[in-house]
Ligand binder design. Sequence first.
Ligand SMILES: Cc1ncc(C[n+]2csc(CCOP(=O)(O)OP(=O)(O)O)c2C)c(N)n1
Ligand SMILES: [Mg+2]
Length: 595
Amino acid sequence: MTDMKQPNRTVVTGKHKMTPSEAFIETLVAQGVTDVFGIVGSAFMDALDIFPAAGIRFIPVAHEQGAVHMADGYSRVSGRHGVCIGQNGPGITNFVTGVAAAYWAHSPVVVITPETGSMTIGLGGFQETEQLPIFSKITKYQGHVMNAKRMAEITARCFDRAMLDMGPTQLNIPRDFFYGEGEFEIPTPIRIGRGAGDEAALDEAAKLLASAKFPVILAGGGVIFSEGMNEAVQLAELLHAPVANSYLHNDTFPASHPLWCGPLGYQGSKAAMKLIGQADVVLALGTRLGPFGTLPQHGLDYWPKNAKIIQIDTDAKMLGLVKPISVGICGDAKAAALALIARLKGKTLACQQNKAERDAKIKDEKATWEKELDQWTHETDKYSVEISKGSSYMHPRQMLRELERAMPKNAMVSTDIGNICSVSNSYLRFEQPRSMLAAMSFGNCGYAFPVACGAKVARPDRPAFAYVGDGAWGISLNELLTCAREKIGVTVVLFNNGQWGAEKKNHVDFYSQRYQGVELENPSWAAVAKAFGCEGITVDKLGDVGAALKQSVANQADGKTTVLELMVTKELGDPFRRDALSRPVRHLEKYKQYV
Ligand SMILES: Cc1ncc(C[n+]2csc(CCOP(=O)(O)OP(=O)(O)O)c2C)c(N)n1
Ligand SMILES: [Mg+2]
């Protein structure tokens, strides 16, 4: 092997003779790329060869879906691009689920998809499929290099557009286009500031807020993307408004703040729901008001029907899409918050007159909810009580409370799709942004673990945790290989209840407990982790949860991943989709008993 020099990250300026591979790599460096996730393939080997020289780490994964999820987690905690690459054909089709998940998480992931060679495309050669249609509905932009001389231009555009539209973009490159030569100039990255939005709309919003008697702020993902948490805090304090987090964005407002009320949505905070239910003006700051995140929960239909809604989002198409609004502002959450503060500061605000009264309500609702959570030690429906009777395992809610207590303050936590992961929503509280990495609206099982791995690569200084059910674990556990090989130390908090619980809950509620494919027979997951070269700890007592979590954090510092296998009962919390299921109706005689 040739002795390699130190990497050089100085991008060439002006026009230079280069190969397209060089132009591609120089553009990556210009865009600040230091890490790329993927599986090696002949399609991009010419470029891969010079990754080290450009100071780019290639992180080989076990499955390409894992590569996209890692790129997603990486971008969500760093605010930088996540990047992944794979082999044309099967490597690229393996990306699909990860890209759809990143799309709905608004993650600026650049998905590099080398394609079959331009001279043979359409002949049905090896590893050929049309790679653009597959991603057309789950990317913000698709760049196709149709001439090798445009390599730098199209590559740069994919990076620029991922940030501009906050979502994945695809860079499709016929594999023969890495070869050859040309005169290239590496484009300077284009980053467009968004600003606060329309002046008249901001005036109107300020007017509504100034006259509000019970304003409530709903802090969404835009607060994070705009780095606007401090501004959200200032605005909330000025209005003395309670603040709810939008669904699965529990890290948009510091949980220790007296105005914080917790998340809305599935398994969210009753305090937040009851308080927003009383609002006369809601300031939806940086949120698209996704339909799933505002559904009735805990028997509370909390969305305030008569309140004036001010919605701020950088994507104008989201304004008023799901919920009727009074004012729509196409703007950056941070800049818009600052513009509203400037308009409201020093003014007489109706909401300041009755601040003490509102304060008392906030305190009261929060205390009531905390007390309810403390006393909610197990699920109380008939099925849950019956199934957990006599079990020596932990009740999920008690276990989640223990995890909450033991969680380091600067933790990054990804959560999967499942019943216990969903229930964890009530117990996940954060002080800083870029900390909660839930599987967002795409809702795919298998998201959390690789996302935590990617987050750890971006922020090795912060402890990383993945909350995963034992079913979803089966989809994602192959990335233990990546952790062991690449010395990525995360903690897998694995909820072992021996079932695909979230779906089983539907069998319980709607199908008279006729179970189909929901029981899981598991090996010892701790032993499996060890066989992969990672650490594994099985915990079945509440008293051991904190110490085990602490041990796993120490292991992270040594670059070791730990699977904490938490043995829990089979009880189940509220279902995901009560809104979308009905009791079965059968007309044919042979199916009549299936009701
Ligand atoms: C990729 C994918 N397949 C299937 C589903 C449907 N699904 C949603 S939740 C769930 C069960 C999750 O089980 P587990 O991970 O064991 O967590 P638990 O519900 O038991 O806490 C399934 C199968 C999904 N969301 N994503
Ligand atoms: Mg399970």
